[in-house]
Design a protein around this ligand. Structure first.
Ligand SMILES: Cc1cc2nc3c(=O)[nH]c(=O)nc-3n(C[C@H](O)[C@H](O)[C@H](O)COP(=O)(O)OP(=O)(O)OC[C@H]3O[C@@H](n4cnc5c(N)ncnc54)[C@H](O)[C@@H]3O)c2cc1C
Length: 388
């Protein structure tokens, strides 16, 4: 079979690219090894798909080259995706920080993309494995549905997270085969594990969450942190995990936006226990775990100003060193991937191998939690769709 464009991976980026290429009159075939297309879309956002973020800007993405994502994000914006959602009468709502979710179900997004593919004359083949790719004038693929030839080949096989959903390293292997550099991958938006003795009391707090500001490598996020039976999760931890490198420490401010030292000083004449004061601000079980690690609580009027200063400092700069992450099984995304230096930021085409494109999460562009990763998939898929 001969096609203008073959796209490997029927996820968010691959389907968007297919729609755009099909609209331009190209003959397009999308291949996926899974039985169902768009599996990560279906499970995303707790089944409601946080399909974009109103405020998405290049600052919300991690990449060795922070400028790379600018062109695609500017040419296919959250507003453009919202227009598509409106065209299909999919109702949605906004949550914190500009995150947009379907009111009903993530399946609506997959149905919308499938309908758009149909309208654009795109063919989709599921349960198809690609065994081998070579390039002469065109790309030759050996697949379970037989040999295929295409003048443009788009690799859109996504990241490594959630292997159960069908994630593979196919795209990284293909990039390597064609001599493209890869930025080493690691799990992102992932819970962190803590195994040190001083964290042990906190492992008993599974399910408790606290508003906090978490700092690592010059960036910080203020949202909830959630105690788990292995360590910490919750939005602030997931966000910072994408910046965390093995060996780094986190600094956690448990009193963000409040002057804890002033609060303690105001109570310095009181006979109330320090624990009772802290219980007004933080969950009592957390405070008990905290004091089991340091000293025991005393009445406020028995603390010196110096002691109160150290307590305030410890609560606003809680230093913790994760032992690791919960890995790709629990990660929402993969940080790293195909080096953006190998690709045109306008078209996603390889600079070395004309006609070969890489899009979506496979590329070294990783979004924050909050709809940014889908926006990158739509934008990069759209950009390639204009060029293939
Ligand atoms: C649990 C979870 C929830 C998430 N929620 C959100 C959210 O709400 N908002 C958000 O912005 N992001 C979310 N993400 C991230 C988002 O799903 C991804 O960033 C996005 O799907 C990437 O799109 P993609 O097209 O690059 O890859 P994918 O959507 O992963 O698509 C890749 C496709 O390639 C196929 N494939 C893989 N290997 C092969 C192979 N060897 N041969 C053929 N086909 C192959 C796969 O079957 C898949 O269909 C979530 C991720 C997870 C895991």
């Amino acid at each position: 079979m001969n096609k203008d464009v073959v796209i490997i991976g029927a996820g968010a980026a691959g389907l968007m690219c297919a729609i755009e290429a099909g609209k331009r009159g190209r003959s397009v075939l999308v291949l996926d090894h899974a039985r169902q297309i768009g599996k990560k879309i279906r499970i995303s956002g707790g089944g409601r798909c946080n399909f974009t973020n109103r405020n998405a800007s290049p600052a919300n993405f991690i990449s060795q080259n922070p400028h790379f994502c600018k062109s695609a994000l500017a040419r296919f914006t959250p507003t453009d995706f919202i227009s598509l959602i409106n065209k299909h009468s999919i109702s949605f709502h906004e949550r914190n920080h500009g995150q947009l979710f379907c009111d009903d179900s993530a399946d609506q997004i997959v149905r919308m993309l499938t309908q758009e593919c149909k309208l654009a004359g795109v063919e989709i083949q599921t349960e198809c494995e690609v065994h081998n790719i070579t390039k002469a004038q065109d790309f030759q693929l050996q697949t379970t549905i037989g040999p295929l030839t295409a003048s443009s080949l788009v690799i859109a096989t996504g990241g490594l997270s959630i292997p159960k959903s069908g994630a593979t390293n196919f795209g990284l292997k293909a990039a390597e085969q064609f001599g493209l550099n890869i930025i080493p991958s690691r799990p992102g938006l992932v819970p962190l594990k803590f195994a040190s003795d001083d964290f042990k009391p906190f492992l008993e707090l599974s399910g408790i969450s606290v508003d906090a500001e978490v700092h690592c490598n010059g960036i910080s996020f203020r949202e909830n942190i959630l105690f788990t039976h292995r360590g910490l999760s919750g939005p602030a931890i997931l966000q910072i995990s994408s910046y965390w490198i093995q060996g780094d420490s986190l600094s956690i401010n448990l009193f963000p936006g409040r002057d804890i030292l002033a609060l303690l000083h105001a109570q310095q004449q009181s006979k109330k226990q320090l624990l009772t004061i802290l219980d007004q601000f933080l969950p009592a079980r957390f405070n008990q775990a905290w004091f089991s690690q340091t000293s025991s609580s005393k009445p406020m009027n028995r603390y010196s100003p110096g002691e109160l200063k150290s307590i305030a400092a410890a609560l606003t700069h809680w230093l913790l060193t994760p032992t690791g992450t919960e890995g790709y099984e629990k990660a929402e995304v993969t940080v790293g991937g195909v080096d953006t230096g190998e690709l045109s930021s306008k078209t996603m085409e390889s600079k070395k191998i004309p006609g070969l494109y890489f899009i979506g999460e496979l590329v070294d562009v990783t979004g924050w939690l909050g709809g940014y990763n889908f926006q990158w998939a739509w934008s990069s898929g759209w950009a390639a769709g204009q060029a293939v």
